[in-house]
Design a binder for this molecule. Structure first.
Ligand SMILES: [Zn+2]
Length: 291
């Protein structure tokens, strides 16, 4: 029996159930759920190759189809941020082809992104003129600090969330913000679907947070949650079909979604109606630490 400690609190954990050949574990201390992965060598390249963005399955059927929706998603978040901060310097973590970052730039933010997939980085640079670097947050080194760090659909994919948050904290100006969007394992959707929940999809998804567990972790890095909510999330019909086929498989909900969505053209935008995704805005204390 493999014993693995919780990546958040270092307590012992137990196996819950298997999905796609991987065990999903739960911490016996803080209840955090995470995937049991023993082979990390080349993990990021293996999971976030071009197939993740074009091949359907656990990723996207065609990420580029979602450009307009994602740019609009970025603009929506920038409008949300205007309630808390003037536009400043934003760092988008896992920026992919730069679409969400572009939305922020259009709303006056000075945009910087990091993304491990080199093809995506090249697209963001050459087609959108964005400053995007090819690396993960854990690898990113910079003396710059940012007013906002965006982690949209990325914290569930961190190999080591503590290390990633440690780096994020160092990159955040005093009084700066983290905007996080991720899946909520305490949502009604997740609880009703149980093991069939479509976001139990290792090995690309590694961590299943709840709003409370994320808030708790951010607090350990001296960031306090100032607001949270549920995003208006638009996806292409083709993406909804891919979720139904790959993540829900033969489950009756999957067949239902596939049946309903099959009458829509692939490029039609559809509103993601489930309650299992949330955003949280956390702020770092304004007091600069003594040097
Ligand atoms: Zn734990």
């Amino acid at each position: 029996m493999i014993t693995m400690v919780c990546p958040l609190c270092k307590n012992t954990s137990r196996r819950l159930f298997q999905k796609h050949g991987y065990w999903i574990r739960e911490c016996e201390g803080c209840s955090h759920q995470f995937a049991e992965i023993t082979h990390w060598e080349g993990y990021v390249d293996r999971i976030y190759g071009d197939h993740y963005f074009r091949g359907g399955g656990a990723g996207y059927p065609d990420y580029f189809n979602e450009e307009k929706l994602l740019v609009a998603h970025g603009r929506r978040y920038a409008r949300l941020m205007s309630n808390y901060s003037k536009p400043g310097r934003v760092l988008d973590v896992g920026a992919a082809a730069g679409f969400i970052l572009k939305g922020f730039e259009e709303m006056g933010w000075i945009a910087k992104g990091i993304e491990p997939n080199i093809g995506m980085v090249n697209h963001a640079r050459s087609r959108l003129g964005l400053d995007v670097e090819a690396c993960t947050l854990e690898e990113f080194r910079s003396s710059d600090q940012y007013d906002l760090i965006c982690m949209i659909q990325v914290v569930a994919h961190f190999v080591d969330p503590r290390q990633a948050f440690r780096v994020a904290e160092q990159l955040t100006k005093p009084g700066g913000f983290w905007l996080i969007e991720t899946w909520d394992r305490r949502s009604w959707t997740a609880r009703c679907l149980g093991q069939l929940w479509h976001e139990y999809s290792p090995p690309s998804v590694l961590h299943w947070f709840s709003a409370a567990s994320l808030r708790h972790l951010a607090r350990e890095f001296e960031l306090r949650e100032v607001a949270h909510g549920r995003p208006m999330k638009w996806i292409r019909s083709s993406h909804a079909k891919a979720i139904a086929v790959d993540k829900l498989g033969g489950a009756s909900l999957g067949r239902l979604i596939l049946g309903v969505s099959s009458i829509f053209p692939n490029r039609l935008p559809v509103l993601y109606l489930m309650d299992d995704v949330f955003w949280a805005l956390c702020q770092k204390s304004s007091f600069a630490p003594e040097q």
